[in-house]
Design a protein around this ligand. Structure first.
Ligand code: SF4
Length: 201
């Protein structure tokens, strides 16, 4: 059975794709198949919008705080489908909707994508992961190359205009304490909040 949605703490997580333009050194995709007790987040194929909506309908959303687009891959690889699912969720529930992303949607789609999130997405959580573009390239290994870091920061800043909550995350084992402080300043400069998260590999 392929896992499209699965519960984590107070959220329903949605797995829409395994595609990603990056190859982060710490990516869970490289560390075995099963996380969070689900059978497997490797999709046999990408679920259709209808299949995702049907899967969300199997949960009582009143019992959860948020729906999170996440999974083994970059959810904005399917941005339009994701937003269609978000619209469906909004039509039936007040539950908050979050996207966990590498922040490279503008490079994936070659256009500004943040405006599309308005009214549909409540939180965007972007992986910052490094204090400068060279380090970012080494850790995240995006296929777009050295310009990726600046594009990610620009996307983040844009999101603050259209999305109520914009968070940047760093994994605790990836950046040192000193670097965390620099990350905090970078977040402030783009209007986002830093969250340091534990490594879950
Ligand atoms: S951006 Fe996310 S899914 Fe993509 S390689 Fe990095 S950790 Fe993995």
């Amino acid at each position: 059975m392929m896992t499209i949605t699965y519960p984590v703490h107070n959220g329903i997580y949605v797995n829409v794709t395994n595609r990603c333009p990056c190859a982060c050194t710490f990516c869970l995709r490289q560390n075995g198949e099963s996380v969070y007790g689900s059978d497997s987040l490797w999709l046999e194929r990408e679920p259709t919008v209808k299949e995702v909506c049907d899967s969300i309908d199997t949960w009582d959303l009143n019992k959860y705080n948020e729906v999170v687009f996440c999974g083994y891959g970059e959810p904005t690889e399917r941005l339009d489908d994701l937003l269609e699912v978000a619209k469906y969720i909004k039509s039936k529930s007040d539950i908050k909707i979050r996207i966990n992303t590498n922040g490279l949607a503008d490079l994936i789609w070659n256009e500004p994508t943040a405006p599309k999130l308005q009214g549909l997405i409540d939180t965007v959580s972007i992986s910052l992961n490094a204090t400068n573009k060279e380090e970012y390239l080494k850790i995240v290994r995006p296929k777009f190359g050295i310009e990726s870091y600046e594009a990610m920061l620009k996307f983040t800043k844009e999101c603050t205009k259209y999305v109520p909550s914009v968070v940047m995350t760093v994994v605790d084992i990836v950046v040192s304490k000193e670097e965390q402080e620099i990350c905090r300043k970078i977040c402030e400069s783009v209007g986002a909040t830093l969250r340091i998260r534990p490594y879950e590999g």
